[in-house]
Write a new protein. Structure first.
Length: 61
């Protein structure tokens, strides 16, 4: 997969669970603003770890 510049649009959602959770960040790619995208970052409170998750694509509505 080629590198693309992700631009966050200021919308995000936190999901919390025992010991960790996730942050979903909404946005788009600079080279194609009409195609929406989101990034998920997972975190673990106990280990103090963060890791990147998946990317989702879709049409901006």
């Amino acid at each position: 997969m080629e590198d693309k510049e992700f631009i966050p649009n200021g919308e995000y959602e936190f999901t919390s669970a025992i010991g960790g959770g996730s942050i979903d960040i909404e946005g788009y790619y600079k080279d194609n603003p009409s195609e929406g995208a989101s990034v998920t970052i997972f975190y673990n409170y106990e280990k103090g770890e963060y890791r990147g998750g998946g990317f989702a694509y879709g049409d901006v509505v």
